[in-house]
Write a new protein. Sequence first.
Length: 75
Amino acid sequence: MNEQYISREPEVMSGALCFKGTRVLVQNLFDYLEGNSSIEEFLDDFPSCGSGSRSGQGTPIRRYAFCLTSQFHVG
């Protein structure tokens, strides 16, 4: 688990993996990608993950999402 981007805390979302500093489940990103939604759509629907940054590489969560899609050839 990359602790720079994700966290697991028993008191947050019952210990499910979340993007660090949010209550957004990492599983939500996988669900979006599996459903052929884009990272842009994910960030639009979960603005706490995007922190309003759309320029360049963007937020750490955005970079992590792009890393995941590159690694697994999703989208």
